[in-house]
Design a protein around this ligand. Structure first.
Ligand code: LLP
Length: 432
């Protein structure tokens, strides 16, 4: 379920009215529902309950310390892609021993840090990386746990910028080369072959590409597991979410919305994949990001101006592409709703931000209720790849992140102070 709904005419996150948060914290800001985070984590955790398993939250989707603490408290591990992220896990009270380290360009320093912290596994993406990990581990007199990321060459039906499982992409090791890579890696003294991993893309809304990829890879996994006594297999992350939601129906399973027909749910995932995974007899890891946090967060913004031109109704808001880049970058759809529900006719509108770029928009030609200066809007399903992709473009401060639990709320991040934006900069000596 997710916990953003209208009570009367007012949009609430759990028991907190969003307009009250807007008055208290100013706009724009992100707000996250703890209950939704918990529910989505548990849905996946329960779907995998028949197996020995570990959910490693892909923290690139949302790495706020409070969000991570909620998940760590539920037993989550983490998928990290930099030593910065691993340091965040530790800062958030997570367990490095439940972390997998992904990414194509791990540096020596990152490998050393992760080894010292005792991570669960490196998901390796190339043979030179295995050689490097072996060297660093040797220096530290350790054996480094690794899993090769298999690229199964299966096209996931998603946006080109977030598909990863074909030979067009830089990720993983080609399916046909994997056996030979394990054979060579098994000879390296400081490598511990611990598992096999794959990940075919993000925002996968149908189960078929997963099924196809897992079906293709499991015979290989079985063979490798027997030969090298592997412990785990990870089919990765990528479970998609519904971005077009109808808020009117109140708290509910988001996938019960009409636009979710045929969509990948935890139940469907379990139904189709457990029969393929169970016979492996291995521990199963999954690395979801968006599924857990996407629908648990919204971005609240205020209407500054409404500008009508010959052709267009521009709703100019105080949030911008630097706060939420997904529409500009991926043509992503985010539902936009007023915090105070409005009746009356809808008007075709472009919701745009203050930045001097035509790409700075949240929607184009979308029928929206008529709004005016001072009205608040919420961009829904903004909990994943929202704040984490924000920047200081136009010297705009990073915005607050508020966590809600029931009727409680608190800033899980304060609004950045403007002077802090240039705190690491200097006017160099010769200019003084
Ligand atoms: N594992 C690996 C190896 C990944 O590359 C990713 C995401 C995940 C797990 C988590 O995927 P998820 O479960 O969240 O789909 N910024 C883009 C999404 C980029 C995804 C990158 N990799 C967006 O806003 O849609």
């Amino acid at each position: 379920m997710h916990d953003f709904r209208y009570v009367g005419k007012h949009l609430f996150c759990e028991g907190v009215e969003l307009a009250a948060l807007a008055e208290k914290f100013g706009t724009p800001f992100y707000v996250y529902s703890q209950n939704t985070l918990t529910d989505h984590f548990q849905k996946l955790d329960q779907a995998l309950a028949p197996l020995d398993h570990l959910v490693c939250f892909a923290m690139k989707a949302n790495s706020n310390l409070s969000v991570m603490r909620v998940l760590a408290n539920l037993g989550s591990g983490f998928d990290v892609v930099s030593s910065g992220e691993l340091q965040r896990v530790i800062a958030a009270g997570g367990d490095p021993r439940k972390c997998v380290f992904a990414g194509v360009a791990k540096t020596e320093a990152e490998i050393e840090f992760a080894l010292r912290k005792g991570i669960y596994s490196f998901n390796v993406e190339s043979e030179p990386e295995i050689v490097r990990i072996n060297r660093v581990a040797g220096r530290l007199k350790k054996r480094a746990p690794i899993a090769v990321r298999v690229n199964p060459n299966i096209a996931a039906d998603t946006h080109a910028k977030i598909t990863t499982g074909t030979y067009e992409n830089k990720f993983g090791i080609q399916f046909e080369q994997v056996e030979a890579v394990y054979a060579r890696a098994s000879k390296l003294p400081n490598i511990w072959l611990r598992g096999v991993q794959m990940h075919i893309g993000s925002q996968l809304t149908h189960v078929e590409p997963y099924e196809q990829a897992v079906t293709k890879v499991t015979p290989l996994v079985q063979k490798l597991a027997a030969k090298y006594k592997l412990e785990f297999f990870s089919p990765g992350g990528g479970l998609g979410i519904v971005y077009k939601t109808a808020l009117d129906s109140g708290p509910r399973q988001w996938w019960s919305s009409p636009s979710a027909k045929g969509i990948l749910t935890p139940a469907l995932y379990a139904e189709k994949l457990l029969p393929l995974l169970q016979p492996l007899g291995l521990r199963i890891l999954i690395e979801p990001g968006r599924f857990i946090v996407g629908n648990a967060g919204v971005l609240v913004t205020r209407v500054e101006y409404v500008k009508r031109t010959g052709q267009k109704n521009f709703v100019i808001v105080d949030a911008a592409m630097n706060d939420l880049i997904r529409p500009a970058f991926y043509d992503a759809f985010h539902e936009i709703v007023p915090l105070a529900k409005k009746g009356g006719a809808r008007i075709s509108s472009d919701v745009v931000g203050p930045i001097c770029e035509s790409g700075d928009y949240f929607c184009k030609d979308r029928p929206l209720p008529r709004v005016g200066e001072g009205d608040y809007l919420a961009l829904l399903s903004a909990g994943a790849y929202g704040f984490v992709m924000a920047s200081n473009y136009n010297t705009r401060p990073l915005i607050p992140e508020i966590l809600v639990r029931g009727t409680q709320f608190a800033a899980a991040r304060e609004r950045q102070k403007v002077a802090d934006i240039w705190s690491g900069e200097k006017v160099v000596a010769w200019l003084k």
